[in-house]
Every structure is written in structure tokens, then in C-alpha cells.
Design a protein around this ligand. Structure first.
Ligand SMILES: *Cc1c(COP(=O)(O)O)cnc(C)c1O
Length: 434
């Protein structure tokens, strides 16, 4: 079933590697963990991508989460085109920024005020600064395999590309910077309790992906998020939900709406930018009014609240606002989960599918997968083999066991079934002799 080798992609990668480290502008896009060259992409429409070799691929990467409406949604394209003609950047406020902020405030239960930034990295970095300022404490608790962007202090035991590359952290991060980062296993309340008992009066915040997405998808155990809320309240620390991936993805209002737990600060990104670079952090008025110029906690950005990004984000949220999309996304996710499980059962291959709504990961592991240590026990050689087969059969899936795959409103039942059928084909090939 394999197609001709991707020669144009290999040549494009070689050219890129001469001028861009590794040939990619973000490590997760490289295919080091699965082998071969990544497809070089030319255009997208709905659930479909076209690469430089003319292959049509069903896109389950979706820019690593932002494209919840698929590629080229008419409302997003219209909003972008309109804004493009009016101007692409102004060094002054626009009313659209207020409208996007109002949408976020209305949707996300714990957010009364929000500041727009340019990426998820900036959102978490700024939220941590605010948490430290508000508490007068320095230490941050994060989770093994949790990813919060690439700022120095949060690169300890990180997920996503750091996990894929098997790095303990990163050279260039001063030991002093990560000395204030306490890393504990996800889904283990006792470990968090232990951290607080050891140095609770020095902990500013617990920073958590409420549904882990960067060690592959790992949902919180029942009561886990409420337990984090209780512990942080007891010790006077802030609870920060990094909803850069889950915000407006797992539900309108994010994981905090889905699980009914209110953090003090929330980080957003991905979906709220509709495919353009945006991040945001928000929380109560009392906390957010400590941010400059309302308060002394400095944080800024030349292109923050960029008109094009805000237009795409606002159009995306408006398309999602009636909530109907989430029922469709849940149905599509459940259908794909079932298809993947059935394919694995038929092939006699141990598989655990972790899913929340339209984000999911098939782990080649009998399961359960409830933390990063368990995720790491998955059979990554099998994942790599299946990934190659999946791509050959026309599915673009994130090239790592430690990433989430995504569906969009453009993935109808027939498209989802094609993703599952391609997975079955890839599994069949992978089950045979290597
Ligand atoms: C993607 C992601 C980030 C980083 O966002 P960037 O826009 O890539 O800087 C932070 N946290 C989580 C949970 C993410 O999924």
C-alpha cells in the first residue's frame, strides 16, 4: 500500500535544513520520531491538506489544535479578508479586541478580564509572573510531561517536542531558573500534597493542563482537578489552568466548564486565534488589574491583539458560540475512537485510546495511560511504523506518540471513517513482518 517515496518532500527538507535548524520552525513538525520527511504543505480546505507532491491528506494535526473549524472556513476567511483591506496592525486599541475579550469572559467561567498576547508561551509565562507577583512567592508546581510553551522556567520535564526528542530539559536554561519549578507526576494528588507539605508557603501556583495534551491525551482522574483546587486554596497558592489546547476545544468555556472547577488564572491560545498567532491569559478582576498599565506587573507586546489575529479568533468563536459544534465534535471523536479500537482489536494489537471530545491519542499500550510514566511505556516503534502507514494511506497525524490528534467541524462521519480505515490498513502492515 505504500506510495512512491516522497522525493519532493525529501528535497524540500534538505533545502530547509540548510537555512533553518532541522528544517522546521517548531521541533514537533520534524519527523525524527517516525522517520522520513514531513510533507511540505501547500494548501488546506476543510479537513483536507494538499502537499507539494499533490497528495491529498486528511488533516488530524490541524495546526496542533487551532483549526477547530478546519481550513478556510468561510466566516474566518471573510473576516480576514475584510480586515486585510482595513489594515494589518495598528499601535492603538481596536473595538474588535474588546469584542474578543467579551466573548472569552462570557464563555470561560473563571475569567472576568483577559489580556491578549501572541502565543501560548507568552500566556503561560505572563500568568506565572502574575501569580508570583500576586502571592509574593516564587515556586511553581508543574507536572511531568506537561507542556506550557518554551519559556525557561517551564522547560523542566516538559512534554510535546521535548518529550518526543527525549530531552530532560534544555541547555541554556539556567539552573537557578528551574530551581523554582517543582515537577510532580500528573493525576497524583498525593504528590502535590507532598510538594505543599515540603514547601507550601513558598509555592505561588500550580500550573496544569486540565486535560494533559502534550504527553499524548491524558484526561484527569475523577476528582483530580477539584483536589488541586482544594489544595491550592488551603495553601494560599493560585491554581493556573493552561487551557491553551483545551480552551474552546473540549467545550465552549474549556475544560473548566466541562469539569466544573474554577482556576484563578487561565491561559488560552490555539483555537482563540482561529489559525493566527494569539494567546491570552485571564482571571478575576482583582488579579488582572495587577497587570500593567492597570497595575505594576509588566507585560507587553508590539503585535498583541493584532487585528488579523483578532478577526480570525472572533470569527471562530462566533461560529462556535451556539454550542452545537461541540456535540458534533464529540460525536466525531467518539466515532474515531471506536474505529481505532476496533481496528486494533481486529489486528490483535494492544491499544489504549485516550480522548476528551475532539482531541485524542492512540497509545500502543494495553493501558491505562494516566500519567507521563505510563505514556512512555507505549510502543513507540509501533507508533512510528503505523504513522508511516497512516501517512501513506492519506492521513496527516502528529508525528509523535506524545501529541494529541484533533478533529474539526469539517471532519464529517465519512472522513472520520476514512481516518479509521487508513489506521486499520497501517496496523495490518505493521502487524506483519517488519
Ligand atoms: C501549544 C501549547 C502551549 C504553547 O503555545 P504556543 O502558541 O506554541 O507558544 C502552551 N501550553 C499548552 C497546553 C499547549 O498545548
Amino acid at each position: 500500500m505504500t506510495r512512491a517515496p516522497r522525493q519532493a518532500a525529501a528535497a524540500a527538507l534538505a533545502a530547509a535544513r540548510r537555512v533553518i535548524p532541522g528544517g522546521v520552525n517548531s521541533p514537533v513538525r520534524a519527523f525524527g520520531a517516525v522517520g522520513g520527511a514531513p510533507p511540505f504543505l501547500v494548501r488546506g480546505r476543510g479537513a483536507e491538506l494538499i502537499d507539494t507532491e499533490g497528495h491529498s491528506l486528511i488533516d488530524c494535526v490541524l495546526a496542533y489544535g487551532p483549526l477547530i473549524l478546519g481550513h478556510g472556513h468561510p466566516a474566518v476567511t471573510r473576516a480576514l479578508r475584510g480586515q486585510l483591506l482595513r489594515g494589518t496592525a495598528f499601535g492603538g486599541p481596536t473595538e474588535a479586541e474588546t469584542r474578543l475579550a467579551e466573548r472569552i469572559v462570557a464563555a470561560v467561567p473563571s475569567v472576568e478580564m483577559v489580556r491578549l498576547v501572541n502565543s501560548g508561551t507568552e500566556a503561560t509565562m505572563s500568568a506565572v509572573r502574575l501569580a508570583r507577583a500576586a502571592t509574593g512567592r516564587e515556586k511553581i508546581v508543574k507536572f511531568d510531561g506537561g507542556y506550557h510553551g518554551h519559556s525557561d522556567g517551564l522547560l523542566a520535564a516538559a512534554g510535546s517536542g521535548v518529550a518526543t526528542l527525549g530531552l530532560p530539559g534544555s541547555p541554556g536554561v539556567p539552573a537557578g531558573t528551574v530551581a523554582d519549578t517543582i515537577v510532580v507526576p500528573f493525576n497524583d494528588l498525593k504528590a502535590v500534597e507532598g510538594a505543599f507539605e515540603a514547601q507550601g508557603e513558598r509555592i505561588a501556583a500550580v500550573l496544569v493542563e486540565p486535560v494533559a495534551g502534550n504527553m499524548g491525551v491524558v484526561p484527569p482522574r475523577a476528582g483530580y482537578l477539584a483536589g488541586l483546587r482544594a489544595l491550592t486554596l488551603r495553601w494560599g497558592a493560585l491554581l493556573v489552568f493552561d487551557e491553551v489546547m483545551t480552551g474552546f476545544r473540549v467545550a465552549w468555556g474549556g475544560a473548566q466548564a466541562l469539569f466544573g472547577v474554577r482556576p484563578d488564572l487561565t491561559c488560552l491560545g490555539k483555537v482563540i486565534g482561529g489559525g493566527l498567532p494569539v494567546g491570552a491569559y485571564g482571571g478575576s478582576r482583582a488579579l488582572m488589574e495587577q497587570v500593567a498599565p492597570a497595575g505594576p506587573v509588566y507585560q507587553a507586546g508590539t503585535l498583541s491583539g493584532n487585528p488579523l489575529a483578532v478577526a480570525a479568533g472572533l470569527a471562530t468563536l462566533e461560529a462556535l458560540a451556539d454550542g452545537r459544534a461541540y456535540a458534533a465534535l464529540e460525536a466525531a471523536g467518539a466515532r474515531l475512537e471506536r474505529g481505532l479500537r476496533e481496528a486494533a482489536a481486529a489486528a490483535g494489537i494492544a491499544l489504549t485510546v485516550n480522548r476528551v471530545g475532539s482531541m485524542l491519542t492512540p497509545f500502543f499500550h494495553p493501558g491505562p495511560v494516566e500519567d507521563y510514566a505510563q505514556a512512555r511505556r507505549a510502543d513507540r516503534a509501533r507508533f512510528a511504523q503505523v504513522h508511516r502507514g497512516w501517512l501513506a494511506a492519506g492521513v496527516f497525524w502528529p508525528p509523535s506518540q506524545f501529541e494529541a490528534g484533533f478533529l474539526s467541524t469539517a471532519h464529517d462521519a465519512a472522513t472520520v471513517d476514512r481516518v479509521a480505515a487508513a489506521f486499520a490498513t497501517a496496523l495490518g502492515a505493521a502487524a506483519g513482518p517488519p
